[in-house]
Write a protein that binds this ligand. Structure first.
Ligand SMILES: NC(=O)c1ccc[n+]([C@@H]2O[C@H](COP(=O)([O-])OP(=O)(O)OC[C@H]3O[C@@H](n4cnc5c(N)ncnc54)[C@H](O)[C@@H]3O)[C@@H](O)[C@H]2O)c1
Length: 375
């Protein structure tokens, strides 16, 4: 008799790169809370009526694991987030059992200081970790999601860590989501492998705040024939993401996605820049200001200013769960390659996707219908 459970078509693995981070911990804790009926499904698009017949895996069927380069226990990480008000008070203890079980499924990330292994050896180790998890847990499939710290854009031939993980996902036969602006599967060295892998993948960089607003307001200006002259933005945030984005190279990777939305929706590149300031005292709460100068009829100058105050991980976590469910189902239906139908969720979506949120939502609904079509 085998010691391992046989693969259950009803259980789906979720392998989080950066599994001990804020977004990952909020996604795992929130999934357990909602699956147990402790909290409502607010923020989960895949729980709305249009997706009821899409055949998506149930939240209660998701099994989590992942890689991280730090070793803070997950229950402790969740307590820290609750103390900061990101998670509801008392929730980490209510789902402690689930968090402790997931903690046992988190493996050391790469590269760790002093590691001299080759890229192939590192990828092999990552593949082994993901395959062991899938086999041991008896999962129908495992979706790999990058929610690790943002990296600077890569230079030279060496693969950055995000691309080592993306290569490992392909070689382990897993659908892949890049929720960060890091290179991941976008690295040119992985293009041929991605095409040949016959797996669905989607990215990149979750659209949760300032860019979400831009993808709604940009089309509004264009449709009303108003001329946007300048669009300037400033973000204040703390937490691990704020610290990572204090590196100008990492911030540049992030900002190019924010600016691309404007170019794609307005058809021109307005003046103005996006700035990101690390303010540790703000923790996971982000304030984003946008200042938009535009001309109306007869050249009359006007200004729109917006203030967004969001809790980053609470905005991101349901999107991660949505994406996992949609991509797992796409894999089950044999859909492969980039999935521009998921552009609704990303700042820098796969080629072929519309740029306006309304059109992206329509494409997502259509995708949801196709996922549920009888064969
Ligand atoms: N609203 C949002 O929160 C939002 C929106 C879009 C994108 N993102 C992206 O999601 C990512 C996660 O954000 P966060 O707030 O959870 O950050 P975080 O700093 O809290 O978590 C990142 C985690 O990644 C881990 N990590 C770093 N390098 C690693 C490596 N090489 N291998 C494995 N793990 C590694 C860190 O140890 C940490 O636990 C960031 O890249 C961020 O830009 C977040």
């Amino acid at each position: 008799m085998s010691a391992e459970p046989s693969a259950s078509p009803s259980r789906t693995g979720v392998w989080l790169i950066g599994a001990r981070g804020s977004v990952a911990t909020t996604a795992m804790t929130g999934c357990a809370a909602v699956a147990a009926g402790l909290y409502p499904v607010t923020g989960l698009v895949t729980e709305t009526e249009p997706f009821a017949a899409s055949g998506l895996p149930a939240l209660s069927s998701l099994v989590f694991g992942g890689h991280d380069t730090v070793d803070c226990p997950l229950p402790k990480r969740a307590e820290t987030l609750a103390a900061a008000g990101v998670l509801p008070h008392g929730l980490p203890s209510a789902v402690r059992g689930e968090l402790t079980a997931t903690d046992g499924e988190i493996r050391p990330g790469v590269p760790l200081p002093g590691d001299t292994r080759s890229e192939d050896a590192l990828i092999d180790t990552l593949v082994g970790d993901i395959r062991d998890f899938t086999r041991r847990q008896g999962l129908a499939r495992t979706v790999v999601v990058n929610v690790a710290s943002t990296e600077p854009a890569p230079e030279g031939a060496a693969l950055p860590a995000s691309s080592l993980y993306a290569a490992a996902a392909l070689r382990a036969g897993c659908p892949y989501i890049n929720f960060t602006p890091s290179a991941g599967l976008h690295h040119p060295a992985l293009a041929a492998e991605a095409l040949a892998a016959a797996l669905p993948y989607a990215g990149r960089d979750g659209k949760t705040g300032q860019t979400l607003l831009r993808s709604v307001l940009g089309p509004m200006f264009a449709q009303r024939a108003l001329r946007v002259l300048a669009w300037s933005g400033t973000n204040l945030l703390g937490g691990g993401d704020g610290a990572a984005l204090a590196d100008p190279a990492a911030a540049a990777a992030k900002n190019s996605g924010k600016e691309r939305v404007l170019a794609d929706t307005l058809g021109t590149v307005p003046q103005g820049e996006v700035h990101i300031d690390d303010v540790p005292a703000l923790g996971d709460w982000k304030t984003a200001w946008d200042h938009i100068a535009f001309d109306g009829f007869l050249g009359t100058r006007m200004v729109l200013q917006t203030t967004w105050q969001g809790c980053d991980s609470a905005l991101a976590a349901p999107l991660v769960l949505d994406l996992v469910r949609l991509l797992a189902r796409a894999d089950e239906r044999g859909l492969t390659g980039p999935r521009p139908e998921l552009a609704f969720y990303f700042k820098d979506p796969d080629p072929g996707a519309p740029a306006a949120l309304g059109e992206q939502y329509a494409a997502l609904l259509d995708f949801g219908r196709r996922l549920g079509d009888p064969r």
